[in-house]
Ligand binder design. Structure first.
Ligand code: BTN
Length: 280
C-alpha cells in the first residue's frame, strides 16, 4: 500500500469519528489523487451525488483556481475538497454561498489556531496577516428544471505546507506557518464541514446576516485599491466602501479609464483586488 493510501485511510477514520454534521460530509469520496476535486464532484453531481456530499483528494494533479488559474497544493499536507450543494433557493442567490463559506473558513481557522485572526479578501480569499491561506472556486450548473441546478464549492486550504514555489512565496501562507505547529487535517475538515453546514443554513434563513457578517470580516474597507474587473478586463482604482446585498464589491471610483461620467460608487461582481500601499 502506498504511503498516500495509508495516510488517507487514517485521516478518513479520524474524520468519521469527529464529524457531527447532519448532512455535510455524511457522504465522502476519498481519493489519493485526482486532477481536480471540482471536476470529480461535478461528475458525481451529474449522477447521484447528494446535497452535502464531499470529494476529498490528498493530491490534485490539475487543481484549478479562479479565472482559469491553477491551484498549487503539495500532496498530503493540505485540504483540497469540493462540496456538492443543491440549493433550495433560486440561482440568483448562488453567489452568496461563497460569503457563507468564507465565514465558515474564518471561524474554523480562528478555532483551530487560537490567536490567529483571518480576514477575507474579496471575493473569497482568506488571508492571515495579508497572505493567502485559502481560496474557493464556486461553479454552478443551472438548469431550466429548478431541481436540477447545483453548485460545486471547491475549497483549497493550506494546512501544513511550509514551502511554496518562488512565484507564491511572498503571498502564501498556511495554518502551520501561522500558528507554529502542525494542524490535524481530519479534525480540521470535520470542523470546517460543521461550520459550513451552519453558515449555509443561516444563508437560507437570514441572508442579510451573512452579508453583514462577511462585510465585517472584509479586508481593506476604506482603503485605496486596484480592481481588475473580470468582465471588461479594465483596471480601476478606488476606495472599498463595502459590499451590496448580492455580495458585489462597492468601489468609490476615483478615475475611470473608460469614461469621465461614471465616477462614483459602483458595484463589481467579479474581479481581483490589489491593495495600493502608501506611496504606490
Ligand atoms: C482561487 O483562489 O483561485 C480558488 C482556488 C480553489 C482551489 C480548490 S482546491 C479544491 C477544488 N478543486 C479545484 O480544482 N479547485 C478547488
Amino acid at each position: 500500500m502506498s504511503p498516500n493510501k495509508d495516510a488517507v485511510i487514517s485521516l478518513r477514520k479520524r474524520f468519521q469519528e469527529a464529524l457531527s454534521t447532519q448532512t455535510f460530509g455524511r457522504s465522502v469520496l476519498w481519493l489519493d489523487s485526482v486532477a481536480s476535486t471540482n471536476d470529480e464532484a461535478r461528475t458525481w453531481a451529474e449522477s447521484d451525488g447528494s446535497h452535502g456530499a464531499v470529494v476529498f483528494a490528498d493530491h490534485q494533479t490539475g487543481g484549478r483556481g479562479r479565472h482559469g488559474r491553477s491551484w498549487h497544493s503539495m500532496p498530503g499536507l493540505n485540504l483540497t475538497v469540493s462540496l456538492i450543494l443543491r440549493p433550495a433557493f433560486p440561482p440568483i442567490g448562488f453567489g452568496l454561498i461563497t460569503l457563507a463559506a468564507s465565514l465558515a473558513v474564518c471561524e474554523c481557522i480562528s478555532s483551530s489556531c487560537p490567536g490567529v485572526s483571518p480576514s477575507i479578501k474579496w471575493p473569497n480569499d482568506i488571508l492571515i496577516e495579508g497572505k493567502k491561506c485559502c481560496g474557493m472556486l464556486l461553479e454552478s450548473v443551472i438548469t431550466s428544471d429548478r431541481n436540477g441546478s447545483y453548485v460545486i464549492l471547491g475549497i483549497g486550504l493550506n494546512v501544513n505546507q511550509a514551502e511554496y514555489p518562488a512565484r507564491l512565496r511572498a503571498s502564501s501562507t498556511s495554518l502551520m506557518l501561522a500558528c507554529g505547529r502542525p494542524v490535524d487535517r481530519a479534525l480540521l475538515l470535520a470542523d470546517l464541514l460543521q461550520r459550513l453546514e451552519r453558515t449555509y443554513s443561516r444563508l437560507e434563513s437570514q441572508p442579510d446576516s451573512i452579508v453583514k457578517n462577511y462585510e465585517s470580516n472584509l479586508d481593506g474597507i476604506g482603503r485605496m485599491i486596484y480592481l481588475s474587473d473580470a468582465h471588461s478586463g479594465t483596471r480601476y482604482s478606488g476606495i472599498i466602501k463595502g459590499i451590496d446585498d448580492s455580495g458585489a464589491l462597492l468601489l468609490d471610483i476615483d478615475s475611470d479609464p473608460g469614461s469621465d461620467l461614471d465616477i462614483g460608487v459602483r458595484a463589481f461582481h467579479a474581479g481581483d483586488v490589489q491593495l495600493i500601499e502608501n506611496g504606490e
